[in-house]
Design a protein around this ligand. Structure first.
Ligand code: KDG
Length: 314
């Protein structure tokens, strides 16, 4: 049994070690990357348990991903090694200080072959929360069906569902995504969206868009505003939280760290301001380190955010 259960695609990530064009790099750093597994790692680092289900190829990169997740304490026992497809790739360039550009090689690869039969009913129905993202909805028909199957199981077992829009323009056009975002949100009790993602549904008025999405107290909507902080709409009440002031080196993965912090704040029984504060702190901490999840903080790390600049811990 895990506190959080999530599913999606995790890719092999090849990232440039310095600022510049990918073509000019003589070497790249190998790691794993996937929004849902990033959240699972974040939850584990904060002391809760998490399971990730996905498909990886029967190749070295697939093994690298499973090994990395296991090393972070993520349960991957329900994941599938698919001998008929390769593990997907993601390249990450650093185009400037704190400006990243990613390129995917993922269509038709193992992760997008996730299907409803891969979804583990026992794992989901015994969890404290299920987390899904819009990436899985845009990956393929079968992956989308798997996400809906997982949500169906969770709802039948009264397990709360968390949904993060996570719009990826490389996967699908905004109109198609918008339809799915509305439909999956209607099944979730907790919905996360970045400001730019919420603008897909509500280009003219984000607050009104968040209110509409929240319905009549049916769900909590949490809007990630990056360096501007975050706000939530819960039972018609708006809470705002400013961002923590940090030196950012890599923006990728900040949203996942934010989500992990918010979810753990929920497990901790924090009130809304407490959850938002935890989420903005985890998001802030994550951007101070290179890597999509390597900067996910532990609870001890979070305390470092309030240390004065230039502090040496002895
Ligand atoms: O949220 C960070 C993710 O973007 C990254 O780790 C990989 O899942 C990923 C994606 O689709 O970009």
């Amino acid at each position: 049994m895990s506190d959080l259960v999530t599913l999606g695609e995790t890719m092999a990530l090849l990232s440039a070690p310095r600022v510049g064009r990918l073509r000019d790099m003589k070497s790249l750093c190998l790691s794993a990357a996937g929004s849902e597994s990033n959240v699972a790692i974040g939850v584990c680092r904060l002391g809760c348990s998490a399971s990730w289900t996905g498909r990886v190829g029967a190749d070295e990169l697939g093994q690298m991903i499973l090994t990395a997740l296991r090393a972070e304490g993520v349960d991957v026992s329900a994941s599938i090694v698919d001998p008929s497809a390769q593990t997907a790739l993601m390249f990450k360039e650093r185009r400037g200080p704190n400006v990243a550009r990613v390129t995917y090689y993922r269509r038709g690869y193992a992760g997008s072959r996730l299907s409803p039969d891969d979804v583990n009913e026992t794992l989901i129905s015994t969890a404290r929360m299920l987390h899904v993202t819009g990436i899985t909805l845009g990956l393929s028909e079968t992956a989308r069906a798997a996400a809906y199957r997982a949500v169906e199981i969770a709802r039948a077992a009264s397990v709360p569902v968390s949904f993060d829009f996570n719009y990826r323009a490389a996967l699908w056009p905004p109109q198609e995504a918008a339809e799915q975002f509305r439909s999956m949100s209607s099944l979730a009790g907790l919905v996360f969206a970045g400001e730019d993602e919420l603008a897909i549904l509500a280009p003219d008025d984000l607050l009104e868009g968040a209110r509409r999405l929240a319905g009549d107290g049916e769900r909590a909507v949490v809007v990630k505003r990056g360096p501007k902080g975050a706000f939530s709409v819960i039972d018609g009440v708006v809470h705002e939280e400013p961002a923590r002031n940090v030196v950012a080196v890599d923006p990728v993965g900040a949203g996942d760290a934010f989500v992990a912090g918010y979810i753990v704040g929920t497990f901790d029984g924090l009130d809304t301001p407490g959850r938002l504060a935890m989420a903005t702190a985890t998001g802030a901490y994550a951007v101070t380190v290179l890597g999509d999840w390597e900067g996910m903080p532990s609870r001890e790390d979070l305390a470092l955010l309030s240390r004065e600049e230039g502090t040496t811990i002895r």
